[in-house]
Design a protein around this ligand. Structure first.
Ligand SMILES: *Cc1c(COP(=O)(O)O)cnc(C)c1O
Length: 393
């Protein structure tokens, strides 16, 4: 039985991380005014090939800022994913809006058919607005999440958005580094296709700044406004503002700090190596597990180069339940986790409008996330697979 602890997803600091962070601390620029924050914004912009980025203190705040720019306010509705981390939904409520939950596709992402089902059965156009007839609310936006490194069907979702005049905020928090290799958006990084995009650099994400995020938007004016909103809406471009503190709006304390940016700059240097390792390990998992003992690794969306943030083992026809699998893996020092409890089943959203969720409900009971850190070795993968095959034989 395995005795080495194999965690699910941990930070990996193989390069200049300690050096850049120590340098930042030594410089005494530790807060939101340091020079590395714009440097990090620019480095990320270069990496994703899109110039308008705003560094934030979390992915959640990047999503919130995007909804504020769209003007989501009291009573407005936003189409949200039932199956995803709750941080992709809460910002709607921060704005006073209401989520409407839709199902996922085979790759865990927002299902365009489910979105269309909501529109066809609940909504009508009134002028240039999509109105939910049952609530009278204006449906202003949708937040497709690129779950686990997959891609939501952006071609169809963008078509729907255009047809019904709704804005798209791509939650790419789990897909940093994923880009499109086929079709209309070939070459584009996830997060740069919709009207807004959000990345997260939390500790367990593909790359980390300790805590942090990135908002992506469409032009320099919006970028400037989003930046101001991260610093209590203090408009530093007004020349008297250094001393007067002129606040143009109700802003937030959402700016990334300089230590986080230092860590981010070092992590970005390693990102492609991380993704390479994650791709190799996924391939090995597939080789060792697919078709054995009723097990199957769920493949990533076709037509992308995925960052493969999390791996999903599907207990297709397996002898043991998801919970038994997780307990037995834990006994063997291997950390795993179930997919999220669905958002419409969580306390804040039990009364929210929700479309039928056949795909999401199937996945909830049958998926186990297995170790996927970017410093996981091939030997670790072999150990995990041996134990899984032993547990399920
Ligand atoms: C991690 C995550 C977020 C939030 O990012 P934080 O940086 O933790 O605020 C939002 N949405 C999804 C889908 C996530 O996985």
């Amino acid at each position: 039985m395995n005795t080495k602890r194999i965690p699910l997803s941990v930070p990996n600091f193989p390069g200049n991380e300690v050096k850049y962070v120590s340098d930042a601390v030594a410089s005494t620029w530790v807060s939101t005014a340091g020079p590395l924050i714009p440097k990090f914004e620019k480095a990320m912009a270069d990496y994703i090939g899109h110039p308008y980025t705003v560094a934030t203190n979390s992915g959640t705040s990047a999503l919130h800022l995007s909804l504020l720019e769209i003007g989501v306010g009291r009573g407005d509705e936003v189409i949200c994913a039932a199956l995803t981390f709750i941080a992709a939904v809460n910002p709607v409520r921060f704005c006073g809006g209401e989520p409407v939950f839709v199902d996922c596709d085979k790759h865990f992402c927002m299902d365009p058919d489910s979105v269309q089902y909501f529109i066809d059965n609940y909504c009508e156009m009134q002028g240039d607005r999509l109105i939910n007839k049952t609530t009278g609310a204006h449906v202003k936006a949708m937040i497709p999440v690129h779950v686990f490194g997959n891609m939501a069907n952006m071609e169809r979702l963008m078509d729907i958005a255009e047809k019904y005049n709704i804005k798209v905020v791509e939650d790419a928090t789990e897909s940093v580094g994923t880009f499109v290799t086929e079709g209309r958006y070939k070459g584009k990084h996830l997060g740069t296709i919709g009207h807004y995009g959000a990345f997260s650099f939390n500790g367990n994400k593909v790359m980390t700044t300790g805590g942090g995020g990135l908002a992506i938007c469409g032009n320099a004016t919006v970028q400037h406004h989003m930046h101001i909103m991260t610093e209590e809406a203090q408009d530093m471009s007004k020349k008297e503002d250094d001393l007067l503190f002129i606040h143009t709006d109700v802003g937030y304390n959402y700016r990334m700090n300089n230590i986080a940016a230092a860590l981010g700059l070092a992590q970005l240097e390693n990102l492609e190596t991380f993704i390479k390792t994650k791709n190799e390990n996924f391939k090995l998992y597939c080789e060792l597990l697919n078709g054995k003992n009723g097990l199957r690794m769920i493949d990533y969306t076709p037509g992308i180069r995925s960052s493969m943030w999390f791996y999903c083992l599907y207990l297709d026809d397996c002898k043991i339940s998801r919970n038994e699998m997780m307990t037995k893996l834990a006994e063997r020092n291997i950390q795993s986790r179930p997919i999220w409890l669905l958002n419409p089943d969580q306390a804040p959203y039990r009364d929210s409008l929700c479309m039928p969720l056949p795909n999401a409900r199937d996945y909830v009971d049958k998926i186990v996330n297995i170790p996927c850190s970017s410093n996981l070795t091939a030997e670790d993968v072999r150990i995990v697979c041996e134990e899984i095959l032993d547990i399920t034989k």
